[in-house]
Design a protein around this ligand. Structure first.
Ligand code: ADP
Ligand code: ADP
Length: 222
């Protein structure tokens, strides 16, 4: 698969990657390497210029815009900047993800309480995002991402704005979600995290895959 932006930047050159169900994979590399581009292609925010991107049996290079919501229902997406809705409470932020896919109110109530409990923030259900720390906001965004039991969680720099202890707390939650069978794809700059919570490492540099290692560290020779 190749991705060239309209300005002729080749952000993905001859990528050939297969991620198995249940895997935890880091996407690492310097700024501008192509990590976000790779991540965005997984949820059809970007399309490949040539080649194929298949996620949960959807062929994304062929997918119509009108079909994208069906793909996204099967994914949980976590961003560096959380992207919570500031006018909604914590409970409502998570519930909203289920309301838009027309889940029953009783189911929503139960499920939102369950995922808030899972991230340790049930007691903050009535708070607003700006009343929470960065780490708490990220935990809420993870709760929102997993509310619909996605098979895959895609996280673009989820610990990027967090201090090391808080980042570890986020990792513990992602590890737990992964241990229950959810695939995790995580772009990160965080070498400590990659070295401490060891998983497959896909290293990108200049739009090329330079390493794909089953139990890699952040640096190649570790
Ligand atoms: P990373 O996430 O590793 O920092 P990106 O995937 O954001 O890297 O970017 C890879 C390359 O593609 C960079 O050279 C970047 O400037 C370029 N790029 C990213 N998005 C766009 C875009 N929408 N239009 C043009 N070039 C882009
Ligand atoms: P991050 O590194 O936080 O993932 P980026 O800086 O890569 O974010 O990208 C932020 C936005 O700007 C994205 O929508 C991306 O597609 C766009 N973008 C990044 N680089 C370029 C570029 N060189 N030209 C045009 N758009 C770009």
């Amino acid at each position: 698969m190749f991705k060239k932006y309209p300005n002729n930047v080749l952000a993905a050159e001859d990528f050939n990657v297969k991620i198995k169900q249940g895997e935890f994979i880091y996407v690492i590399g310097p700024s501008g390497a192509g990590k976000s581009t790779f991540i965005k292609m997984m949820y059809r925010e970007e399309r490949p210029t040539s080649g194929e991107v298949t996620v949960n049996d959807y062929e994304l290079q062929k997918m119509k815009n009108s079909e994208v919501p069906y793909l996204r229902r099967e994914l949980g997406i976590v961003f560096q900047d959380f992207k919570l809705l500031s006018k909604l409470t914590v409970f409502e932020n998570v519930a909203y993800a289920l309301q838009v896919i027309e889940k029953e109110p009783d189911f929503i109530e139960t499920r939102v309480n369950y995922v808030l409990d899972l991230v340790g923030l049930k007691h903050k259900a009535a708070s607003f995002p700006n009343e929470l720390s960065g780490g708490e906001q990220q935990r809420i965004s993870i709760a929102r991402a997993i509310a619909n039991k996605p098979e895959i969680v895609i996280a673009d720099e989820p610990t990027g704005n967090l201090d090391p202890d808080t980042a570890s707390g986020i990792m513990e939650i992602l590890e737990r979600i992964n241990s229950e069978g959810t695939t995790i794809v995580m772009a990160t700059h965080n070498s400590q995290i990659v070295d401490e919570y060891t998983h497959r490492v896909l290293e990108i540099d200049g739009g090329k895959i330079v390493r794909d290692q089953p139990e890699g560290g952040f640096f190649q020779d570790e």
